[in-house]
Design a binder for this molecule. Sequence first.
Ligand SMILES: Cc1cc2nc3c(=O)[nH]c(=O)nc-3n(C[C@H](O)[C@H](O)[C@H](O)COP(=O)(O)OP(=O)(O)OC[C@H]3O[C@@H](n4cnc5c(N)ncnc54)[C@H](O)[C@@H]3O)c2cc1C
Length: 406
Amino acid sequence: MRRETMSNVDTPVVIIGAGPAGLTAARVLTKLDIDYMLLSREKVPGENKACAGFIPSGALRDFDISALPRAHPVTTVRMKFPRQDMRTVEFGARVGVNVSRANLGMTMLKHVGTGSGEIRLQTEVGHVAVKQSGCELTLHNQGQSEKLTAEIVIDASGVNPVSLKAVQLRERLPDHLMGYTAQYQMRRPSSMDALNGVNDFYYGSDFSPNGYAWVFPRGHIIAVGTGGLLRFFKEEKKRMFDYLDHLISNDTSAKATLENSEVIKRESALVPLAGVVQPSFTDRLMLAGDAAAQCCPMTGEGIHYSMIGGELAAETAAHAVEKRDYSAQFLSRYEKDWIKAIGSNLKWGRWLQKKMVESKSGGLGTSLMGSDRSCRIVAEMLVGARSARATLLAVAPTYMAKKLRR
Ligand SMILES: Cc1cc2nc3c(=O)[nH]c(=O)nc-3n(C[C@H](O)[C@H](O)[C@H](O)COP(=O)(O)OP(=O)(O)OC[C@H]3O[C@@H](n4cnc5c(N)ncnc54)[C@H](O)[C@@H]3O)c2cc1C
């Protein structure tokens, strides 16, 4: 039986955005039988999202999406650090999958199920106002505008959340906490499909402004990208696509993987690489996913984190609707919950990121790769199988013991 919410608003909960955060929030609210409306501007969720599309096995398991169609299992990681040969770590089993974001979006949309929610795609939220009496949103759909009211909003609209245009919750992330990425989607001849299953990471200033470049294949499509902190990108004044062109034309391993491949799409996007960013809520509003910077500052992996953020925001929203309490004080449990779940990884990921970018020679990374054992540990972190803190404890135990004692 649907719970009656008895109020003057159009819907108790609005979710903005049909990315991993918003779609997970919708799935949870459907399960809890809470009325909601999900609004998102794309026709096919994820179709315009620049992303390399790697999803760690933990996310597939935790969110019950193991049966993703057209998912390409990843079993091997290769890493190249400055002045070192390519290092290969074979896991011997699937550690995650590479997928297209449209494919992920459509699968997650099916998992939302039907019941208490209404999903409106191709609907852009232009403005969000939070008032004592409720939230007011302005929507744009195919040239038409309309108003919508809600008790509470989960803003999962990505790295620059739409609600922050009008709601004074926090400042936009500064350039030293924001990542900037450029990516080619490339198509290669099907005769090269045997090279699937291997995700490559390239570190060093030839390939990125203090971040890394990646080559992630999924069938005959390959995501070839580079990213780094926006601050370094602006300082270096080099075009991001120049790093990619250099990788494709000059690196032996990349050349072998991308032989006879053609660029079919160029894309660039921001990604939050900020660690734990607070606050993520105020009266009647919670930010989830990239909107709340729930993304690993070390790897830029955010799909799993966003699902966790979306799930926890929806659970808090459901409680708020039941109790009819939409105050910041009530919603503060959301922030406690997500920091408990992923805060340590974000915090230590940011710490490790700072160490890596401060070092002129790709240093910490290079020194971490000393042995086969440490190589494997770092590879496990890159595929989301090991937390940033556990990585540091394993590869630099003495240093970490000192740091933790301080
Ligand atoms: C180049 C690149 C590569 C990446 N590769 C990986 C990877 O391999 N693995 C990984 O885990 N993470 C990766 N990430 C990070 C990952 O893509 C994000 O962390 C993740 O998509 C965040 O999910 P989200 O639901 O918070 O936001 P998003 O996926 O950005 O979804 C936001 C949604 O909100 C909608 N929206 C935005 N504004 C409005 C509005 N005003 N009105 C209505 N709807 C709106 C959008 O259409 C979209 O549907 C990558 C990021 C980039 C930029």
